[in-house]
Design a protein around this ligand. Structure first.
Ligand code: ZN
Length: 190
């Protein structure tokens, strides 16, 4: 199977559309359950920390997140599988930001620095159609913002603070990863 063709790549119009809310009454339908299953399967197959429905060509406001010994993002804290339906973010502390070095399964071989908030509130429905409201802090907040941006048609490259921070994955590993891991450690005590 060609992993790349499973995931919409930058330039695909669906990545730029604001996704449609899922009717909470539909969350337990076969159709939505099937999309959630697919999201989880493809995220794991591609070693992503998250995947949004529009990245696999479904125009729905939902995404999945999971961080378990991720090969692409060794520095990330662990996060058990999370299914977010109709997630909405509220920034709690606007002054608390972090410049995060990000990559994306929809943007091949590129990393760049994006300013993210470190304390947010996320309102969403889970896969059992239960409404939840959670405060997410630290580096996990960064991961949530990247994924939920996708649902608004936003890709991390839109938010890169300085174009000079754009690097290939190989060069990120070679020249920047060490320093960045140190920044993370100092900031989030990881
Ligand atoms: Zn992404």
């Amino acid at each position: 199977m060609n992993k790349k063709s499973l995931i919409a790549q930058i330039g695909e119009p669906i990545l730029r559309k604001k996704t449609k809310d899922v009717d909470p009454c539909d969350i337990k339908t076969h159709k939505i359950k099937r999309i959630i299953k697919q999201l989880i399967k493809i995220m794991r197959l591609c070693n992503g920390a998250g995947l949004a429905a529009n990245q696999i060509y479904y125009n729905y406001r939902m995404c999945v997140l999971e961080i378990e010994n991720n090969k692409r993002y060794k520095h990330l804290p662990k996060l058990p599988l999370k299914i977010l339906i109709n997630p909405r973010i509220k920034i709690i502390d606007k002054k608390n930001t972090f410049d995060s070095y990000e990559g994306c399964l929809s943007v091949p071989n590129l990393r760049g620095k994006v300013k993210r908030n470190c304390k947010i509130k996320v309102d969403y429905f889970d896969e059992n159609a239960k409404f939840k409201s959670e405060v997410i802090e630290g580096y996990l907040a960064v991961v949530f913002q990247h994924e939920i941006d996708h649902l608004d048609g936003v890709i991390f490259t839109d938010k890169v603070i300085d174009n000079k921070s754009l690097v290939t994955y190989e060069n990120y590993k070679k020249f920047y990863e060490k320093k960045y891991l140190l920044e993370l450690k100092n900031r989030f005590n990881r």
